[in-house]
Design a protein around this ligand. Structure first.
Ligand code: ADP
Ligand code: MG
Length: 332
């Protein structure tokens, strides 16, 4: 939404500005374009965790992939420590960039080659980024990384299949930590894990932020974990960040109909106003109007409407479509 730093924080580590991404899907005869991101802006402070919540297909991974430089935006850019990355490096991510931004993926099974011992996944980035060249030192650093993420040094000699899903995800986090990044993009890191081990992985991310000052973009479709982990939550729908604010506020006083729809599905003892009085089908209709105007469509919003950003509380903002105010219509 706004590209300003959260209040009280130092200059943002990450500042995303007006990212738009259009994908072309289908074959020659059935080509169509999909706008995965539409004018997405936000900022992430140092040692801050921000949750990005939204249903499947809303564009969450596309943001992460662009910021990790695995994909190019159609327009817009992002700044890392105030430096424009897209303008600075064109297409390919430099090694220096990859040292600063690391990604943790959803699937702890797919992200580790089954034929390699765990030691390989930690030693490789240490060597590749020139953090250490000495064998013994690399081994010692790997052992420390293992204990840092709550595993044991002897697991370095195991193969991925000998570890549980939760342990594998901890290895993926240790691998990200090996290069001492500023920013970790965690794309649904717990959604494939057993419920019983999720909380441990969330607590580990909290520790990384508190103890090492790492900033984390935590992507999830689960509102409860979003609030548990992050002070600030951004809600995404159909390629737009529709609401953003302190996690407690966003969940207790959801303003955008999509956020209200999301929170109405979760029984929540913290919610101030009990269950949303609007029915889910009323909310769905309201989501459409808030996004595209009455009778509007994603690529053809109602004429005479515009997207506005409204402040609904301290640091709490909602983005929705409203009729263009008469005073703003310039006469022809
Ligand atoms: P999320 O992570 O929130 O589930 P994604 O960012 O993966 O959502 O996808 C957003 C939209 O972009 C979806 O409609 C998806 O189908 C589309 N999309 C994502 N990646 C590609 C791609 N490589 N090619 C075409 N369409 C894509
Ligand atoms: Mg995704």
């Amino acid at each position: 939404m706004t590209a300003t730093a959260p209040s009280g924080a130092a200059a943002p580590v990450l500042e995303v500005r007006h990212l738009t991404k259009v994908f072309t899907q289908g074959g020659l005869l059935s080509r169509r374009s999909v706008t995965a991101l539409r004018d997405v802006s936000f900022a992430l402070g140092q040692a801050e965790i921000v949750s990005l919540v939204g249903e499947s297909g809303s564009g969450k991974s596309t943001i992460a992939r662009i910021v990790a430089r695995l994909d190019q935006p159609t327009s817009g850019t992002f700044l890392l420590d105030g430096r424009d990355v897209i303008a600075g490096e064109k297409r390919r991510a430099s090694r220096a960039f990859r040292r600063q931004v690391q990604m943790v993926f959803q699937d702890p099974f797919g992200s580790l080659n089954p034929n390699q011992r765990i030691s390989h996944f930690l030693e490789r980035p240490l060597r590749l980024h020139g953090i250490s060249r000495n064998r013994d030192e690399i081994r010692t650093r790997s052992e420390v990384l293992m204990t840092d993420v709550g595993l044991t040094a002897d697991m370095l000699d195991s193969f991925p299949h000998q570890l549980s899903g939760g342990q594998r995800q901890r290895v993926a986090i240790a691998r990200a930590l090996a290069v001492e990044p500023k920013l970790i993009l965690a794309d649904e890191p717990t959604s494939m894990l057993d419920v019983s081990v999720r909380i441990g992985v969330l607590n580990l991310m909290r520790d990384l932020c508190d103890q090492r000052g790492i900033s984390i973009l935590y992507i999830t479709h689960d509102l409860a974990s979003a609030r548990y982990l992050a002070d600030r939550t951004m809600v995404m729908f159909a390629g737009e960040i529709v609401e953003e604010g302190p996690s407690m506020e966003v969940m207790a006083r959801p303003s955008h109909p999509y956020t209200r729809l999301l929170t109405s599905a979760v029984p929540d003892p913290h919610r101030l106003h009990g269950f949303d009085p609007a029915t889910r089908s009323e909310l769905r209709a309201a989501v459409h109007v808030a996004m595209y105007g009455p009778g509007g469509k994603p690529d053809a919003p109602t004429p005479g409407t515009e997207v506005v950003q409204v402040s609904v509380g301290p640091d709490h903002r909602v983005r929705r479509r409203e009729p263009v105010r008469a005073s703003e219509v310039t006469p022809a």
